[in-house]
Design a protein around this ligand. Structure first.
Ligand code: NAD
Ligand code: AKB
Length: 317
């Protein structure tokens, strides 16, 4: 067996920052190469600049570092994606294609591709959205993720490439800030609350969306990637569920710690995106195939977010 050498693409983002650290703890610092289109103060060496649209640059990096696995995180998310659909399509699609091609050409062991609840649309069942259902995404981001899932399935069927994927819900973290999505409010609200600032939400009060806390996100990703190959039955992308809440519900959970915290609502263009997404997810396949189970409920997550951010801002919770 060859030694695991991991390449993280888009390592500088909300998930990449934390996932790279977790991978380094697991596989050894020097065996995890972080790359991104922009430099980072948060990530240590080894780090290289890589634009995922540069297929040749990617191929050279894979060769030079004897890479055996790629975690391909680089993408433009739902809200930012709507500002320049053509560029979003290029980065999200050509980027994935470059990764799949290099993985096939250089016989890599495994690839991770994060998909999203954004693959679902207005005709998908809103509650307990099943694994296999109608996909009619309303954003260019969702369209690119749905197409990406099909490409992953194709490379597995056609070339036996061991590509694995999760449809992440909205990710909530204290370590890093989100990069332009529709679920970003659920991180921002905590930063405002611990600093004693009122919060204006860009979604309406009863918009329930599937969410997940960062430690569960990282654990799910590592558990999926480490599961025996034969256990992975879904080769497009796995549904994954953890928590579901609305802005009003998360504000209420925060008010248990900060009774004076105030939220107001001023929905913008992101409301229509949120309205096209599920409220809750049926992730039976992930639970059955590789034993997925979340650890954090809304109250445990709220408690931890407040305590971690209070330390960050040097405040007593
Ligand atoms: P993010 O926006 O925080 O980070 C993306 C990173 O990709 C950034 O550091 C950015 O600089 C980099 N990038 C952009 N264009 C690039 C290019 N051309 N070449 C190389 N790097 C480039 O995103 P994230 O929240 O960390 O998400 C990571 C992945 O997980 C994405 O594919 C996203 O679609 C998926 N996902 C995230 C969430 C979430 O809530 N965070 C939910 C569902 C799916
Ligand atoms: C977004 O809001 O775009 C992301 C996602 C759920 O994919 N957080």
């Amino acid at each position: 067996m060859r030694k695991d050498k991991i390449l993280v693409i888009g390592a500088n983002g909300q998930i990449g920052t934390v996932l790279t650290q977790a991978l380094r703890e697991k596989y050894g610092n020097d065996n995890v190469l972080a790359t991104d289109i922009r430099t980072s103060e948060q990530l240590n060496e080894p780090f290289e600049i890589l634009d995922i649209l540069d297929g040749e640059g990617l191929s050279n990096i894979v060769k030079k570092h004897d890479i055996t696995q790629i975690y391909h995180l680089a993408a433009i998310l739902s809200a930012n994606g709507e500002k320049n659909p053509r560029r979003t399509w290029d980065i999200n699609m050509s980027g994935l294609f470059n990764v799949l091609e290099v993985a096939k050409e250089q016989s890599l062991d495994k690839v991770f591709f994060p998909s999203s609840i954004a693959v679902f649309g207005t005709h998908t069942p809103k509650e307990k959205t099943p694994q296999f259902t109608f996909l009619d995404p309303a954003t260019i981001y969702g369209i690119s993720k749905a197409a990406g899932e099909n490409w992953c399935q194709y490379y597995f069927d056609k070339y036996q490439l061991d590509v694995r994927s999760i449809r992440y819900p909205g990710v909530i973290s204290y370590q890093s800030m989100p990069g332009g999505g529709t679920t970003d409010y659920a991180v921002d609200i905590f930063h405002k609350a611990v600093q004693g600032i009122d919060f204006e939400c860009f979604l309406s009060e009863n918009t329930r969306l599937p969410m997940i806390y960062m430690p569960d996100t990282i654990r799910a990703t590592l558990e999926l990637m480490e599961a025996p190959r034969e256990k992975i039955k879904v080769r497009s992308s796995y549904n994954l569920a953890a928590i579901t809440f609305s802005p009003a519900e998360i504000a209420k959970a925060i008010q248990q710690h900060f009774p004076n915290f105030k939220i107001s609502y001023n929905p913008d263009f992101r409301q229509a995106i949120a309205d096209s997404w599920p409220a809750s997810i049926d992730d039976s396949e992930a639970r059955n195939d590789w034993n997925w189970k979340e650890e954090y409920n809304i109250h445990q997550m709220t408690q931890d977010m407040i305590s971690q951010l209070s330390k960050k801002y040097n405040l007593i919770p």
